[in-house]
Design a protein around this ligand. Structure first.
Ligand SMILES: [Zn+2]
Ligand SMILES: [Zn+2]
Length: 278
């Protein structure tokens, strides 16, 4: 099996407008046998009403609730067209938003019959003034929302890995597989800010994330996206943490997190070599 467990479509708005057909044709060309379409699920209405951060080019960093039907139809269409060449799995990348668990769970319940797999990710944190800000939008937004935390990056890291741990404890109400997304996304702009390595406490928290994923019967998203970000240069998580996950026997699935056709397959061989080390 050669699987990409984390991919996007034009419904992200912040990625390419290429049709899903081109993604599937490229994945087939690269020899993938399994492909999970995991577009950003619509953000809860209450969250959007309270959110003061930037909105991506067109609308939001996620599909709009009004686009849900079109998204599902699009996935159904490519399944019909390419289903004899590659197994296409229906999914979402779902935001774990502290304080909005009930809305998120309601969305998952409403779509339970459609969902094959989900990636559960943290992209937003509450700052020291109580506002929710995006941690992966750009360096200016990170500075604007998290100036206090940036004075000591370990505080920022701690906030992120704590939210990731909470996401594992969140009751999705689903029996479908959950992959915990890009657990070190907080390092996306590490070269810009000159971030240090995780300190011992954060390393302990990351180990706890890995053991919790295992205990929950979840999977770790082995996310290649950081490798194509100019200020990151490593996978989420990096090779060292991946080796620790291998040692702990945490189930893992490669994810290109492709937002454009050209992103597919990035570092698949290198990352699968690491995660298949015994
Ligand atoms: Zn994500
Ligand atoms: Zn993603």
């Amino acid at each position: 099996m050669k699987k990409d467990g984390h991919t996007h479509t034009r419904f992200s708005h912040h990625g390419s407008q290429e049709p899903l057909d081109l993604y599937l044709e490229r994945a087939i060309e690269l020899g993938f046998t399994d492909y999970v379409v995991t577009e950003h699920a619509p953000l809860p209405d209450a969250f959007l009403a309270a959110y003061t951060g930037p909105r991506s080019q067109d609308d939001d960093s996620a599909m709009l609730a009004s686009e849900l039907t079109a998204y599902k139809a699009e996935v159904a269409r490519v399944k019909e067209k390419y289903g004899n060449q590659i197994r296409i799995h229906q999914g979402f990348e779902v935001d774990y938003l502290p304080g909005y668990e009930a809305e998120t769970k309601a969305f998952l319940q409403e779509n339970a019959n459609w969902i094959d797999e989900i990636v559960l990710s943290v992209h937003f944190l509450r700052n020291s003034s109580g506002l929710i800000g995006p941690i992966d939008y750009d360096t200016d937004q990170l500075k604007q929302f998290f100036p206090v935390e940036l004075q000591n990056p370990q505080v920022l890291f701690n906030k992120y890995v704590t939210a990731v741990q909470q996401s594992i404890e969140f009751d999705t109400g689903l029996s479908t597989p959950v992959r915990i997304g890009h657990i070190t996304l907080i390092r996306k702009f590490q070269k810009y800010f000159g971030f240090p390595d995780f300190d011992q406490e954060n390393q302990r928290k990351i180990t706890a994330i890995l053991t919790s994923i295992l205990a929950k019967g979840y999977e770790l998203d082995v996310n290649a996206a950081g490798l194509r970000k100019e200020f990151c240069g490593e996978s989420y998580p990096d090779a060292k943490i991946l080796r620790q996950a291998v040692e702990l026997q945490v189930p893992m699935t490669y994810g290109s997190d492709a937002h454009a056709v050209a992103d597919l397959g990035l570092a698949y061989n290198e990352l699968s070599t690491i995660i298949n080390e015994k």
